[in-house]
Ligand binder design. Structure first.
Ligand code: AHG
Ligand code: MN
Ligand code: MN
Length: 352
């Protein structure tokens, strides 16, 4: 009688290569129930979108009409890159027939895209920034995609997407894809933050790091100092502080996802404060700052407008912007301390 087959001790490598994203989601939830299957399928679709965009980016320099501007201006008032539209449409294509979502809300679309009647309609909403860091696209520097998944609440029959105007705690999942020397997918479904690396030879995202924890402090401060004279005094004083104190270094790539990934993994603080031109800042709540706030809190860090947690902000409209201070608890608190000092001084002056 042959003994039962025992797989050879294939060691870490084979087992790790089998730890795909879809399997990881189900393991995270310790469940194979309908919602777990939905989340696993949603993440699988996100992964497919990431692979398609990574492939297009890797060959963009060789392809007609892949790079450069479309000549259009989007709802943000920003010049649109061809890659923005390509990536925007990739997400629509991979979700349209999935039966998972009822609509997609994107930085590139004034109103949400509703899944057509002749397609299977799901009960989730994908909110996304298809290409983050567009200014880097034509010069082969890091760009990313940011995503957030929410459950549809109500029926939204008037197609206004009003039920999307909820705070960040309504997010079921959030994450980003960073297109760099390797393509990295970072996500959370509320049970820690996990990073996967795309193995092009397998066409699979393979688990690389589980339960990422952001250090309580880090040396990096990441901000566009070209806006210095447009900031409120408190932010200028914070900048002067880090200039004068040892142990800080500036890193800024122009792509939020890349700067955030550095902060998430090594600690420090990223800021996009309000400016005189954009008092609410440049970054958008529903598909940039709220998903990243979800992640940083899951990793033990913080995300603030300077006055309140990003996760608590109730949006007034889909493309609402917020100031953004995100990263290590100690470093976010340091920035907030300058803001609080200035508020105290202001109120003292006003009361005299
Ligand atoms: P997007 O390309 O999606 O519009 O995002 C660009 C954002 C963000 O990625 C980055 O941190 C910031 O814009 C850079 O803005 P500045 O060039 O004003 O610093
Ligand atoms: Mn962006
Ligand atoms: Mn974008």
């Amino acid at each position: 009688m042959m003994a039962d087959y025992q797989p050879a001790d294939s060691g870490f490598a084979l087992d790790r290569d089998c730890k795909t994203l879809t399997r990881h989601v189900l393991e995270q939830l310790h469940s194979f129930g309908p919602e777990a299957q939905d989340l696993s399928a949603l993440m699988n679709r996100i992964a497919l979108a990431g692979k398609l965009i990574a492939r297009h980016l890797s060959r963009a320099g060789l392809m007609e009409s892949a790079l450069g501007f479309t000549g259009e201006t989007n709802v943000q008032g920003e010049a649109v890159k061809k890659m923005d539209i390509y990536a925007n449409d990739v997400f629509i294509s991979v979700f349209k027939q999935s039966g998972l979502v009822c609509r997609l809300a994107s930085e590139e679309m004034d109103k949400p895209y509703y899944i057509p009647e002749n397609c299977p309609i799901g009960r989730y909403t994908l909110l996304y920034d298809p290409i983050d860091g567009s200014s880097n696209v034509d010069i082969n520097l890091n760009v990313g995609s940011i995503f957030s998944i929410r459950r549809q609440q109500g029926d939204d029959l008037d197609h206004t997407g009003a039920d999307l105007l909820q705070d960040g705690h309504q997010q079921l999942a959030a994450g980003y894809i960073l297109y760099g020397p390797s393509t990295v997918l970072v996500y959370s479904i509320g049970r820690g933050v996990h990073a996967f690396v795309l193995d092009p030879s397998l066409g699979e995202f393979i688990l690389a790091t589980e339960d990422i924890r952001v250090p309580s402090h880090g040396p990096t401060y990441s901000v566009n100092e070209g806006n210095f004279w447009q900031w409120e005094d408190a932010i200028r004083d914070f900048t002067r502080y880090v200039h004068r104190h040892d142990g800080y270094s500036a890193r800024y790539t122009g792509a939020l996802v890349a700067d955030f990934h550095r902060i998430l993994t090594q600690g420090g603080v990223f800021l996009y404060p309000g400016t005189t031109k954009k008092p609410e800042g440049k970054l958008r709540l529903l598909y940039e700052t709220a998903p990243l706030a979800f992640l940083i809190e899951q990793a033990g860090g913080r995300a603030s407008t300077g006055h309140e947690d990003i996760m608590g902000v109730m949006p007034g409209e889909i493309h609402q912007r917020t100031p953004f201070i995100v990263g290590s608890t100690d470093d976010v608190a340091l920035v907030e301390s300058f803001i609080q000092d200035h508020s105290r001084r202001q109120s003292t002056l006003l009361s005299t």
